[in-house]
Design a protein around this ligand. Structure first.
Ligand code: THU
Length: 138
């Protein structure tokens, strides 16, 4: 599935809205993610931090885990949008890339605030995580 430009713009708007729900009292870096699945359903997530800092959970993984918990199976991601309320660059972190890789479709695209924090970068998921670890399913 190739999302239209309008779908991608809407997905980024959904990620921005999700960022407003972030629980980030420690870093104050508020992130939102929106995942578009290949049946046109969108799931969103935000980062949720903890006083035990290492237990904080990223927006992208929260969106994915929410989708799997509610849908079951192995939903396929067509597009991922990440936004933040800090006017900063925010590509998905390495841990999120690895987790998302399990569910992305071949040609999934990722939108995120690029270097300036303003311009939106759009890249193929597989360019963000070449040679990602995977196990052959039996
Ligand atoms: N964060 C995300 O939600 N997604 C990322 O891809 C990178 C970082 C969150 C984690 C933490 O709550 C805050 O941003 C600062 O690192």
């Amino acid at each position: 599935m190739q999302p239209s430009a309008a779908q991608l713009a809407e997905l980024f708007t959904r990620a921005q809205a999700a960022a407003a729900h972030a629980y980030a009292p420690y870093s104050r870096f508020r992130v939102g993610a929106a995942l578009l699945f290949d049946d046109n359903v969108v799931f969103t997530g935000c980062n949720v931090e903890n006083a035990s800092y290492g237990l904080s959970s990223c927006a992208e993984r929260n969106a994915l885990f929410r989708a799997v918990a509610e849908r079951g199976g192995r939903p396929r991601i067509a597009a991922i949008a990440v936004a933040n309320l800090n006017h900063a660059p925010s590509p998905p972190c390495g841990a999120c890339r690895q987790v998302l890789a399990e569910f992305v479709s071949e040609d999934a695209v990722v939108l995120f605030p690029g270097e300036s924090g303003l311009a939106l970068a759009a890249v193929a998921f597989h360019d963000l995580l070449p040679h990602g670890f995977r196990l052959k399913r039996t």
